[in-house]
Design a protein around this ligand. Structure first.
Ligand code: GDP
Length: 475
């Protein structure tokens, strides 16, 4: 009896409380079946409704995905189609990459949610820099956009969303709708004013068979502003700050190559530790504050919140060989080697006031961002994932790399304040209110009243972000 109970609970842990299906070949994606051995079970359970939406999505993807009859039919069509054609066929949302891996992953999750809400099939345009990162998320099909997609190479001559909005205002649509449409929701592209969160825009977009999305933003809060999606979203996510946590764990399974790096590092360094503290140190401008200031800020934060102990006195030779005390691991993710080195030296040379041994690890130090490089991206993904396995996280402000790590891990991080020069602010860090990523450039336009609005006054489940005051986070 005991064995059957425990095997039921293993199966439920493995499939993340029903989020995942068992329809995959284990050897094709080891992480899918083994991550539960590394990650504590999430205290946040997916709703029954979310699970049913995911199963429905999988079946839509199976029947409309690449190389199906439906796919070929829609993709073969010319650039325009008549109104009568629309609505009968499968519809698609093509995701394209912009910016670094963190940005890409938050937009992918947002795109997936948008696809679910609009009955579209999500296809991803991965170049070689993304190819080796993730397993296929949907059973019996592929999410990779086929190379023979008509606009794989260039997207000139495709109608744009802005144009369509403008034409619809002056009633010039001619009874024809574009077959393919570019939907640019990048923050540099007038992010605050794109009207994407207005129902009228959604009515138009709904008629276009193939949307080609380019975005670097976590636009999920926009979806919560759209009246026609509200009910579905609250059924799917009764607890609103779990959107990325669930969708991220559903979508992003490290490929076998990435899993090898993750599991090897974890087994070698982290598995044996009592507690794991992750430090994600993203420095956008190395001239603004020297590494030393940032180290001091991190130490002030970890001390204030009792995440790491203060150092005591210099270790004697005998003490530096003692191995038996309780220990904590610090996992440092940064482009710069200075952080890991400085912390490692400090804790090696000194005792701690609690007597704990602190072991510091930094898997890589790439020096600079190289987002078009596959081995660089696999290291980034490895570190995001390892951070997500920690018990507590300290992250850098405005960094989507950190957002993905804490959301996947179901953690509310301590976010560092921005430091300038030799000094850092007091308090040095603040606890995030929610585990959701922040939407850095949310809309400010009230679609009905046609004026500017602060959406936190309309929706109690949206708050300004701790690290980006004009940004929005679901709470
Ligand atoms: P953001 O710029 O912090 O919002 O995060 P992104 O992930 O979008 O872009 C930063 C990119 O720089 C990452 O994807 C990595 O390619 C690289 N990078 C930044 N920080 C780290 C780090 O700690 N470790 C590794 N391996 N790469 C990093």
């Amino acid at each position: 009896k005991d064995t059957s109970l425990s095997s039921i609970s293993i199966a439920s842990d493995q499939l993340l409380d029903g989020l995942l299906v068992s329809a995959f070949d284990e050897s094709s994606c080891l992480s899918r079946y083994r991550s539960h051995l590394y990650r504590k079970a999430s205290p946040y359970k997916p709703s029954v409704y979310l699970i049913s939406k995911l199963r429905n999505y999988e079946s839509l993807h199976r029947s409309c995905g690449p190389r199906t009859k439906s796919y070929n039919k829609v993709m073969r069509k010319g650039p325009k189609l008549s109104k009568n054609d629309a609505g009968k066929n499968c519809k698609y949302l093509v995701w394209t990459a912009s910016n670094g891996l963190g940005n890409r992953m938050i937009t992918l999750a947002a795109a997936f949610l948008y696809a679910i809400l609009t009955d579209r099939v999500l296809l991803v345009k991965f170049g070689t820099d993304m190819f080796g990162l993730f397993c296929e998320p949907f059973p019996d099909s592929s999410w990779l956009l086929p190379r023979n997609f008509p606009y794989w190479k260039g997207q000139k001559h495709i109608e744009t969303y802005e144009n369509m909005l403008m034409n619809s205002k002056i009633n010039r649509s001619n009874g024809f709708l574009p077959q393919f449409l570019i939907l640019n929701l990048q923050h540099t592209h007038d992010g605050h004013n794109n009207f994407f969160h207005c129902d009228q825009s959604q009515v138009l977009l709904q008629k276009v068979p193939v949307l080609i999305l380019s975005s670097d933003q976590y636009f999920v809060p926009s979806l919560f502003m759209i009246p026609s999606f509200t009910q579905e979203l609250s059924n799917m996510f009764p607890k609103k700050d779990t959107v990325f946590h669930h969708l991220g764990r559903y979508l992003f399974h490290p490929s076998n190559e990435a899993w090898e790096l993750i599991s090897r590092f974890y087994e070698a360094h982290l598995a044996k530790e009592n507690e794991k503290i992750g430090l994600q140190i993203r420095v956008y401008n190395t001239h603004r504050a020297p590494h030393k200031t940032i180290i001091n800020e991190i130490l002030a934060c970890t001390l204030q919140h009792k995440l790491l102990p203060d150092i005591g006195v210099p270790k004697t030779v005998a003490e530096s060989h003692l191995k038996k005390q309780a220990s904590k691991a610090v996992l440092v993710a940064s482009l710069y080697s200075e952080y890991g080195e400085k912390l490692r030296t400090m804790y090696k040379a000194n005792t701690t006031v609690t007597g704990e041994v602190i072991n510091v690890y930094q898997p890589s130090h790439e020096g600079r961002q190289k987002s078009n490089n596959d081995t660089h991206n696999i290291k980034a993904w490895t570190e995001i994932y390892l951070l997500s396995l920690c018990d507590a996280l300290i992250t850098s402000p405005k960094s989507t790399f950190g957002y993905v790590a804490h959301s996947l891990g179901g953690l509310k991080p301590w976010i560092l304040e921005r430091a300038y020069g030799e000094t850092f602010p007091n308090p040095p860090c603040r606890r995030a209110k929610s585990m959701e990523p922040c939407f850095h450039y949310p809309p400010k336009h009230d679609c009905r009243a046609n004026n500017t609005i602060d959406f936190t006054s309309l929706f109690h489940h949206m708050k300004h972000c701790e690290d980006v005051s004009s940004g929005l986070r679901l709470v």
